[in-house]
Design a protein. Structure first.
Length: 517
């Protein structure tokens, strides 16, 4: 079979393996924050077309070393499939494509197309946890700098989290104004500009890294401009056409700043004169490439043994993950709707979650209860359960959903409670102090996962992967407690209250959530 005919074979196998991940990727591209992803593949194809002359000068030298990234990609595929993480699957897909190119084309050709292949990574959106935290930080920074700009021009402005108070109105810096919508495509353009910028590596690195402060500065300028124009134009300067147009204009200004920066770097730090570029392809005195003299493959077909091994590995992976069920559904021991409303001195009031959130979270079962003690002090309890965790249907960390609406986190970390967990040892839980407009709340949360108490998403993903392999179980839960820090009390009082409530709650949870066996 001709070498080029193997490409559809690989395409079919990768399509079957990564169908769900690719579908999710297109879903993400439909969002405004990631719609630049549609342009990445055409750009890569153009970059490859630019390299056509260099590729012709290199011969195919199939290399078994390409099996290393292919094997790593298959491992990440298993990790992503069993751990329920799309980002891991994206990296897996890229590694396998990279490895197949190395396997069949050889290192010489791979070096020629290394940049276009690496640039493909830009089309993958970051993990939700990274994106949410970065978005929050950029919102806060943009709000701070925007307020500074407004004050610089003599206007009065105050900031409370992501809300800017101008006196006559308030402006909320939401996710759409965080700057991330421009940051990722601007970084991608910065990488392309740096690639074509014939300069030292440090200049290229500065050019790419500067995309972050440039985005923050221009986005802050956009927020400040809304403040300047609001008295004359009203709310329409922050919505509709004006909002979209200002976003486009700010992006073009950011791009112009990067181009100007490239010009300045070239003028202030000129490159030393270099000899005319020569063909660096290794050759003998008669002009014949060394690869050809040493017996390198001159055919246009790919190496047959490498093709057979690669196809067998991908086909075996496909068959294993299509024929073996690694996630058996494990229901709760009792419905969470039966979590008692009376625990010790605490009396609860059950709440319902809106359907829009249920559709997003895809929970198997949940419970939300507001408990109060005889003194009127409140603790909100949220319990979410998945009978099996898959991609898009797994426990979500409050780190990515609690921040927002002006809330700021302080003193985040883990604490050990004098409460016996499922293994009989003191429980370690995540702790976070949230504050907004002088109002403070203290939160504890942890992940009961098949007899373990976990405190971060990395632990959760690792154990989901391991338990899927060894126990065919991926069920798990999230428990989150929040109590206000009342004006009449100290933080230690709220801490004592949450610890006492946790001590009452944990034995109750053991009757509802599945344990180790």
């Amino acid at each position: 079979m001709s070498g080029w005919l193997k490409i559809p074979v690989y395409g079919a196998l990768l399509g079957l393996l990564y169908h769900q991940a690719i579908t999710y990727l297109f879903t993400q591209w439909r969002k405004e924050d990631f719609n630049y992803g549609y342009a990445i593949v055409p750009i890569v194809l153009y970059l490859l077309w630019e390299k056509r002359a260099e590729l012709k000068r290199c011969h195919y030298v199939p290399s078994w070393r390409g099996l290393v990234p292919v094997g790593a990609g298959i491992f990440l595929y298993a990790l992503g499939e069993l751990g329920g993480e799309f980002t891991t699957l994206f990296l897996s897909l890229w590694l396998i494509v990279f490895g197949l190119c190395w396997l069949h084309m050889g290192w010489g050709k791979l070096k020629v197309i290394a940049f276009p292949l690496c640039f493909l990574l830009v089309m993958f959106p970051p993990p939700n946890l990274v994106y949410s935290n970065l978005s929050l930080r950029l919102q806060l920074i943009s709000s701070q700098v925007g307020v500074w700009m407004i004050r610089l021009f003599g206007m009065t402005a105050y900031r409370e989290g992501n809300v800017i108070d101008l006196g006559f109105t308030q402006i909320q810096v939401v996710d759409a104004c965080s700057g991330l919508r421009y940051l990722f495509p601007l970084i991608a353009l910065g990488i392309l500009i740096a690639y074509h910028f014939r300069a030292s590596f440090w200049k290229r690195a500065v050019l790419v890294l500067s995309a972050i402060p440039v985005t923050v500065f221009t986005n802050s300028l956009r927020i400040a401009t809304v403040g300047f124009l609001y008295p004359a134009w009203g709310a329409k300067v922050a919505e509709g056409f004006f909002h979209d147009f200002s976003g486009w204009l700010i992006f073009m200004v950011s791009l112009a700043i990067l181009l100007a920066e490239m010009w300045v770097l070239g003028r202030i730090f000129p490159e030393p004169d270099r000899a005319a570029a020569v063909d660096d392809s290794p050759a003998l005195s008669d002009g014949t490439p060394i690869e050809e003299k040493s017996g390198a493959s001159r055919g246009r077909g790919f190496g047959l043994p490498q093709s057979v091994v690669a196809v067998v590995l991908l086909l075996a992976t496909l068959l294993v993950f299509r024929s073996v069920e690694f996630r058996e559904k494990v229901p709760v021991s009792r419905p969470l709707a039966q979590v008692p409303l009376s625990m010790g001195e605490w009396i609860g009031d059950r709440k319902a979650m809106e359907q829009i959130f249920l559709d997003t979270l895809k929970l198997t079962d949940y419970s939300i209860v507001d408990y109060r003690d005889p003194r009127g002090k409140e603790v909100n309890v949220y319990i979410a359960y998945n009978d099996r965790q898959t991609k898009g249907e797994s426990s979500h960390s409050p780190d990515s959903c609690l921040p927002g609406a002006g809330w700021e986190f302080h003193d985040s970390g883990t604490v050990v409670l004098p409460v016996a967990g499922g293994d009989g040892k003191p429980m370690r839980v995540k702790r976070a102090l949230m504050e907004k407009s002088g109002v403070r709340q203290l939160a504890y949360y942890w992940f009961p996962q098949r007899g373990r108490i976990l405190t971060n998403m990395f632990q959760l993903k690792a154990y989901v992967f391991w338990d899927a392999l060894t126990r065919r179980r991926t069920d798990g839960a999230l428990v989150r407690l929040i109590t206000p820090v009342y004006e009449t009390e100290q933080l230690t009082d709220a801490e004592t209250r949450l610890q006492a409530f946790t001590r009452d709650l944990v034995p109750v949870l053991d009757r509802f959530l599945p344990g180790k066996e």
